[in-house]
Each structure stands twice: as structure tokens, then as C-alpha cells.
Design a protein around this ligand. Structure first.
Ligand SMILES: [Zn+2]
Length: 236
């Protein structure tokens, strides 16, 4: 009888354990949303490390567990992202995926060829000066159609003016007498030159962001995402 009682007791304990863990809607190991406190505590260098760690998780398949409903509720009253990523519209390189980030973690600005204009500079000024982000990452990527279009003088509707923003990187990379299409190696060089140029352009055209960088409150860094490996090479 005692053995039976012990068995019944163990079963009750087991059921209680299953209920207590099974009913919990948020797993203990789920990543919390970015808060005002966590944003204030992070330095520009630590913000960059966070993106590097996130990219490692993405390419190695060790993604953080996220509970979107909980993150949505946590951030509904306000957002405190630690970085803004300026990336291409390419469907294969969404910053939130490439850097394994959740709701409210990063601002994401996207335009073909990851170039800047007045509107994007204004968005970055909001993200950093008003909302407190500590890092700007300009993210180019391999096999970028916009870079290819600019290199090969594609003209079409409103795209013509957009691709013209990449032309300086093309002109700085390709030999002046080149008549044929750009090679894959040349396209990779143009992609990097474009990212480096956009990084420079941000502080040249925005005194607000230049001041934040000068005072050590902001870091601006370029990166190239490789579509095949999933790795981001930061240009530091
Ligand atoms: Zn692209």
C-alpha cells in the first residue's frame, strides 16, 4: 500500500510540474524586449557586438527564442531600439533576420542599393538623436541587383534617379575605358565602395549625426552580407 501511495504521490507531483510549466505562456529563456534601461546601458561598441552575436546566431542556426506576443505588449507603450540598420530592399537580407533581432530591438531602413537621401538621413536623425539608438550600420550585400543595375547603366522610370546615387561608387571602381559589363569581382568592389561612401556621406550631410559620433554617443559602421554563407563582414 505504501508503494502505491508513493507512486500516486509521485504522479501528482509530476502532473503539478507539467501544469506549472505547461501553463506558463512565456518560456523562461525567451528573449526580453529592449527597454529604456537596457538601451541606456548599452555602449555603441556593445551595440555592434550585439549585431555580431545576432549574425552568428543566424548563420549557425542558434536563434534566440522569442515570444512575439509578449514582446509586442512590452513595446506597445514605447520603443528603445539600440541600432538602426540601413539595408537594401532585397528580400534575402532583412536586418531583423540577418541579425536575429526581435520586436523593438532595431530600426530598419531599407532602399534599393542601401543609399541615403534627405529622408533617410532624417530617419536616422530621429532614430539616434530622438529615440536613442547607439549604432548605425549600412548593410550592403553580395549579388545586389541595384549595384548591378548602376554598373551596367540600367535606366527605367524612377529607378534611374535611384541608381544614379550608386554611380559614384561605380565610377570610382571601374576603369574609365571599360565597355563590357562589370565582372562579379568588380560588382563586389563596387558594393563595398558604395557602403563606404554612404558611411562617409552620413556624417558629411548630417551635422546632428556627426556631433553624436564625435561625442562618442554613436558609432557608424558599414557591413557586407553574404547571401550564401549568411555572414556579415563588418568594415571597421
Ligand atoms: Zn540589393
Amino acid at each position: 500500500m505504501k508503494t502505491l501511495w508513493n507512486l500516486a504521490s509521485s504522479a501528482t507531483l509530476l502532473v503539478a510540474l507539467v501544469i506549472s510549466t505547461g501553463c506558463s505562456s512565456i518560456p523562461d529563456h525567451a528573449a526580453p524586449a529592449q527597454s529604456k534601461e537596457s538601451q541606456a546601458a548599452i555602449t555603441p561598441t556593445a551595440a555592434l557586438d550585439r549585431l555580431k552575436e545576432g549574425n552568428w546566431r543566424f548563420r549557425s542556426g542558434h536563434l534566440l527564442t522569442r515570444h512575439y506576443e509578449s514582446q509586442r505588449k512590452e513595446t506597445a507603450g514605447g520603443q528603445h531600439p539600440f541600432a538602426i540598420v540601413l539595408g537594401c530592399i532585397d528580400s534575402r537580407c532583412a536586418p531583423e533576420q540577418v541579425f536575429d533581432q526581435g520586436i523593438g530591438d532595431i530600426f530598419s531602413a531599407r532602399i534599393a542599393g542601401n543609399v541615403v537621401n534627405e529622408d533617410l538621413l532624417g530617419s536616422m536623425e530621429f532614430a539616434c538623436k530622438v529615440a536613442g539608438a547607439k549604432l548605425i550600420t549600412v548593410l550592403g550585400h553580395s549579388k545586389c541587383g541595384a549595384v548591378q543595375g548602376a554598373a551596367n547603366h540600367v535606366e527605367m522610370g524612377n529607378l534611374t534617379a535611384l541608381l544614379a546615387r550608386i554611380r559614384p561608387a561605380v565610377d570610382a571602381t571601374l576603369p574609365k575605358d571599360q565597355t563590357g559589363k562589370a565582372t562579379p569581382d568588380q560588382l563586389a568592389m563596387i558594393t563595398q565602395a558604395n557602403v563606404e561612401r554612404v558611411v562617409r556621406e552620413i556624417t558629411e550631410r548630417s551635422p546632428i549625426l556627426a556631433e553624436l559620433q564625435k561625442s562618442g554617443k554613436l558609432k557608424i559602421v558599414g557591413g557586407i552580407y553574404d547571401l550564401e554563407s549568411g555572414a556579415v563582414k563588418f568594415l571597421e
